[in-house]
Design a protein around this ligand. Structure first.
Ligand code: GDP
Length: 311
């Protein structure tokens, strides 16, 4: 069994490759939930849904998020009543959030509902929220004299990552319990992959759930990461705007330093070849290959390389 720590889109592309090189039923994705948010009374889980839609083969290739063939008539109609529509929820996507919200209201856990949703898309892999308990990323912006505390989606989508980041907090992480199956998957996995995801706000909240980092540290020889940073910049998204303020160098080497305590190998891009010796000086194996996942063949090759790095 392979376990993978996953954020949203970068992770989804990698997992799509992974399930082409190992049997999907032997793959367990442990997914960030700290970007979850309520919109129009609905519980939205962006990272769980990105992974689900990709593995279900119903993802939107043009947008890079959401459902293929999506329309936005409902959310646009909400503008009529003055409701905020900056978070784009597609008409098909809404069905997922309606089902999730109703089942949570009935008392089902997020992991139970996630299993129902993945079954609805006939996904053979296991997709687990890292926790059934609420964890919420807060982005601290403004100045140290008058800090402004924003929900992750307010900073990311509404404010388009413009407010300068001072700090990041994961509310609820201290007391969150790993969802059923999370620790067992990490204990039993023959390999654990840290997907190419935002190290701060996608992987960070997963690592903050009590118990997770302990298992990884104990099983460090089985843990491999794929760098989300290529040539000193993220492929997409705001990782650079979050890493730098937290003192993490925006480079493959910076990612390696950040993960070194619980990760024994990292896959980096060819353009970062010159960082290999510095990474190996940290006591990690560095493997160089093409890491820009232009299509699922590249993603599958990348997954094969990542697994071989700790075989
Ligand atoms: P988000 O929550 O949807 O932004 O998803 P993630 O945290 O999974 O992904 C964001 C990270 O994935 C960014 O830091 C990107 O640089 C990285 N990423 C996206 N596509 C690729 C790719 O093709 N290759 C690599 N190596 N990283 C990628």
């Amino acid at each position: 069994m392979i376990a993978a720590l996953a954020g949203g889109v970068g992770a989804a592309k990698f997992l799509d490759g992974l399930v082409r090189v190992v049997h999907p039923s032997t793959t367990t994705a442990i997914v960030n939930v700290a970007d979850d948010e309520h919109f129009h009374g609905l519980h939205v889980s962006p990272d769980l849904d990105s992974v689900t839609y990709m593995l279900g083969g119903v993802n939107n290739l043009e947008l890079g998020w959401g459902r293929a063939g999506e329309t936005f008539r409902t959310v646009d109609e909400l503008a009529r009543f003055g409701a905020p529509t900056w978070f784009r929820l597609g008409d098909l996507d809404l069905a997922t959030h309606i089902h999730r919200t109703e089942r949570l209201r009935q008392g089902a856990s997020l992991s139970t509902v996630t299993a129902e949703i993945t079954a609805g898309f006939a996904i053979a892999a296991t997709i687990l929220p890292v926790s059934d308990d609420p964890i919420r990323t807060r982005i601290i912006t403004g100045s140290s004299a008058s800090p402004v505390d924003l929900a992750m989606q307010e900073w990311f989508v509404r404010d388009r990552c413009q407010p300068t980041v001072l700090d990041v907090r994961f509310d609820g992480a201290d007391t969150a319990r790993p969802a059923p199956g999370v620790i067992a998957a990490l204990e039993q996995a023959e390999s654990i992959v840290i997907c190419p995801s935002n190290p701060v706000i996608s992987i960070g909240p997963i690592l903050a759930v009590p118990g997770v980092t302990d298992v990884l540290t104990r099983r460090r020889h089985k843990v491999v990461a794929v760098s989300p940073i290529i040539g000193g910049a993220p492929v997409k998204g705001p990782a650079d705007k979050l890493m730098a303020p937290l003192g993490i160098e925006v480079s493959a080497l910076g990612v390696a330093r950040h993960y070194r305590e619980f990760c024994s190998a990292i896959v980096i891009d060819r353009v970062d070849d010159e960082q290999r010796s510095d990474i190996e000086a940290l006591g990690m194996r560095a493997v160089v290959t093409e890491t820009l996942m232009r299509d699922s063949d590249v993603a599958a090759d990348l997954a094969r390389t990542a697994l071989a790095a700790i075989a």
